[in-house]
Design a protein around this ligand. Structure first.
Ligand code: NAI
Length: 401
């Protein structure tokens, strides 16, 4: 079979290259983020493309190579990829949404102590020659109550770590979640806000979570309680947070995400929170650790392996999900086609013309495409796949093994 060539741009962690090469793929690295024109030329020579957050992948680039089989976003977000075009062209797009869960959770745990001991302010003062030695208002976090809003991957990890440090944990989620350890479920956000000494936000960015925490929520919080936001900038009304801190209703805040974030490290950052007491600001680095980059490299490389060698699309953000075990002695053909009536009949017509014995067939669809995985016994898988690929409604067809 033809050797599969993979292009990785934007300095993706070298573990991805190592893993993909161990799998027998040819890997080419580029350190920069190519623009549309360069990318469109580059992808003509590759079967899979790996990017990070700065490379925009347009329909034009995706369509420039009919043999482009997969895109991997070696990061969390996939907004930089035209996902609808990729779907219509039969190109699954993978990402690594949970590789940095632990990194965010550890930052949050550190921030509990930072806020309870006003470490940010004391550090800045000491750097500028000041000396603020006092126990006033400094507290241990042991025995305090942590309220977690959003008990998903990060929220539940924070829950476990916080209990290990002696905090009581309460949480609120719109979905029923199993409490870990001794965590207590709140049925309303209000109950959480009223009982917590620290409130930490771990919800996704949705219309429901936009401005979720504003003036009325700050009023419901215990006087002097702390807020941590390492989720999304849109979740907190920054003007209201600044007012609540100035009024000492909120005792301090650690904020990692903002409604307006600079596009690059060269741009200036401005926020109403700058200069306020006990406000610890970080530049959206909750998930930015070397371990997370390593885990992302491994996770997306593994998704490439599973798709390119087995035909598994589980974890793809824009594709019907299929995950089947390898069948010994069979050949596997994968086919992406337009989701229209009669396509499967046409494909099976070709199969019976070839007299091929089907060992397994699995179809999964979304409203635009169908993804068919077919295990066949006969050795003519390549010519069978060739003929299926010629059908007018086939988009992409390939023999994976
Ligand atoms: P997740 O999807 O595993 O968990 C989110 C949880 O929030 C789910 O349990 C969901 O049911 C719940 N939820 C959704 N809407 C809600 C609402 N209106 N009220 C209460 N709960 C609600 O997501 P994960 O991985 O835990 O990420 C959480 C947040 O952290 C996301 O916004 C993500 O973008 C952000 N994040 C930030 C990073 C950083 O660098 N600061 C890095 C990684 C993720």
């Amino acid at each position: 079979m033809e050797k599969i060539k993979i292009l990785l741009v934007e300095n993706i962690h070298l573990v991805a290259k190592e893993k993909l090469e161990q799998e027998g793929f040819e890997v080419v690295l580029k350190s920069h983020a190519p623009d549309e024109a360069e990318l469109t030329e580059l992808v003509k020579n590759f079967h899979a493309l790996g990017i990070r957050s700065k490379t925009n992948v347009s329909k034009k680039s995706l369509a420039s190579n009919p043999q482009l089989y997969a895109v991997g976003a070696f990061c969390i977000g996939t907004n930089q990829v035209d996902l609808v075009a990729a779907n219509q062209l039969g190109i699954p797009t993978f990402n690594a949404p949970y590789s940095n869960t632990r990194s965010v959770a550890e930052l949050v745990i550190a921030e509990l102590v930072i806020l309870a001991r006003q470490l940010g302010d004391r550090n800045m003062l000491a750097h500028s020659g000041g000396w603020m030695k006092s126990a006033d208002g400094s507290r241990e976090i042991r025995g305090k109550t942590l309220g977690i809003v959003g008990y998903g991957h990060i929220g539940s990890q924070v829950s476990v770590l916080a209990e290990a440090m002696g905090l009581k944990v309460v949480f609120y989620d719109v979905v029923k979640k199993l409490p870990l350890g001794n965590a207590h479920v709140c049925t309303h956000l209000k109950e959480l806000l009223e009982t917590s000494d620290f409130v930490t936000l771990h919800v996704p960015e949705t219309p429901q979570t936009k401005d979720m925490i504003g003036a009325s929520e700050f009023r419901q919080m215990k006087k002097g309680a702390f807020l941590i936001n390492a989720s999304r900038g849109s979740v907190v009304v920054i003007e209201d947070l600044a007012k609540a801190i100035k009024a000492k209703q909120v005792g301090g805040a650690a904020v990692d995400v903002f409604p307006d974030e600079p596009a690059s490290n060269k741009d200036k950052f401005g926020s109403l929170l700058q200069g306020l007491p006990n406000v610890f600001l970080t530049p959206h680095i909750g998930g930015s650790t070397e371990e997370a980059q390593y885990a992302i490299g491994l996770e997306v490389a593994e998704s490439f392996r599973r798709f390119l060698k087995v035909g598994s699309t589980s974890g793809a953000v824009n594709f019907p999900q299929v995950d089947l075990p390898v069948i010994a002695g069979a050949h596997r053909i994968i086919n992406v086609h337009r989701n229209e009536p009669g396509v499967l009949g046409e494909i099976n017509g070709v199969v019976s013309k070839f007299g091929a014995n089907i060992q397994g067939q699995f179809l999964s669809t979304d409203n635009r495409i169908g993804y068919l995985v077919m295990d066949v016994e006969k050795a003519e898988a390549k010519s069978l796949a060739g003929e299926i690929g010629q059908l007018s409604r086939s988009i992409k067809t390939r023999v994976v093994y």
